[in-house]
Design a protein around this ligand. Structure first.
Ligand code: ZN
Length: 375
């Protein structure tokens, strides 16, 4: 049996291999101490043999709480993923095993969304007559940064921004974007209503280099994008620089910045509480939006979430806080789980690519209801 991670978004180090037991470590992000994302495959496996794996450095990862009740994702075709129920986190190490029915098996922290899939997403969107694709600039490693615009801008319309994957290891964020893009492409009455009153700006991948590198949180220079929104540097965080510049050009009435949280087994959004210019109006609008989303799907909730920042204590380097402060409007970080939605658990798949896509599509329903409701 051979182990490889030398591919797009791959990440694993083989420490030792004895018979059918393999000791592994997760490699640190490029130029950074963060790590948690892993993604590798085995080939030449013997069908019916049991292979045991141990990730030795799990407890040194960025979010050790992420391993409690976590189940490893596995796939025989890198398309259909399932959870390994025997996954166990004990004594700081993550253990799992498989008795394969195929000679090749992929393993990952979450269902990957590869660079090729990203290119496919952009191509699918670009074919839609509703979409205008523009290139905002280049990443550090010379990949294009795509902005997908759905609808026609107008001074009467609201400018809705949705961006994802500042943190590359949070691949559910791009699955969420895939759900949104596919809904625009297929078009329905909700989309018609939204496009009458809104223009949408989507950046489905804010950190392509970090994704390809198999990083959890940073680009290849080691920059954590979601801390540099106050004064982004074109030379070190070009995605953030160009995105913020474009937001200022188009104007912005609503932002959703899409992420995944390693530890909390629920989907939730953050509040703007703690930014200097917070108002009661914004806080009541946050509640109204969350209520609309909860009415649309049980996959979104508002009970389990981050603590709010104290007055004037919000970190304005964080995208949603900076943009909320700058545009004085609703601006959310969305977190989806890596594990499962514990309110409606799925033992076979846990939280999955498919559920992330469905949640993305449901966001548009909630947004339409929110915007057509009373202010
Ligand atoms: Zn994140």
């Amino acid at each position: 049996m051979q182990i490889t991670s030398n591919f797009d978004a791959g990440n694993i180090i083989v420490v030792s291999q004895q018979k059918n037991t393999t000791q592994l470590k997760i490699r640190k992000d490029t130029n950074s101490d963060f790590f948690q994302w892993f993604n590798f495959k085995i080939t030449d496996a013997i069908i019916g043999n049991t292979y045991n794996f141990c990730i030795e450095n799990a407890n040194e990862s960025a979010f050790p709480d992420g391993w409690d009740n976590y189940k490893t994702n596995a796939s025989y075709d890198a398309k259909n993923w399932f959870r390994l129920q025997n996954t166990e986190y004990k004594n700081g190490k993550l253990y799992f095993s498989i008795t394969p029915t195929q000679t090749e098996v992929s393993f990952a922290y979450f269902t990957p969304f590869t660079y090729q899939q990203h290119l496919d997403l952009v191509a699918t969107a670009s074919k839609s007559p509703l979409c205008t694709t523009t290139i905002l600039g280049e990443t550090i490693n010379k990949k294009t940064i795509e902005l997908l615009q759905f609808g026609t801008p107008s001074p009467d319309k609201k400018n809705i921004w949705i961006i994802a994957r500042q943190h590359p290891g949070e691949s559910m964020a791009e699955w969420f974007m895939n759900g949104i893009v596919n809904r625009f492409v297929l078009k329905d009455t909700t989309i018609d209503k939204l496009l009458t009153n809104c223009c949408f700006y989507l950046i489905p991948n804010m950190n392509i280099d970090g994704c390809i590198a198999g990083n959890l949180r940073v680009n290849t220079l080691g920059i954590n994008y979601n801390r540099v929104w106050e004064n982004p540097n074109k030379n070190t965080e070009p995605e953030v620089f160009y995105c913020k510049q474009k937001m200022q050009e188009t104007g912005l009435d609503f932002l959703l910045d899409v992420h995944g949280d390693e530890a909390i087994p629920y989907s939730f959004v953050t509040s703007l509480q703690g930014i200097p210019s917070i108002t009661d109006k914004i806080l009541s609008e946050e509640i109204r939006f969350k209520n609309e989303w909860m009415a649309v799907t049980p996959e979104f909730q508002d009970t389990y979430k981050y603590k709010n920042s104290l007055p004037n204590q919000a970190n304005l380097g964080v995208c949603s806080k900076q943009i909320g402060e700058l545009f004085k409007t609703l601006s959310f970080t969305l977190e989806m789980p890596f594990k499962d939605n514990d309110a409606i658990p799925d033992l076979e798949k846990g939280w999955s690519a498919e559920r992330s896509e469905v949640l993305g599509a449901s966001f548009l329903t909630a947004l339409e209801k929110f915007l057509s409701g009373k202010n």
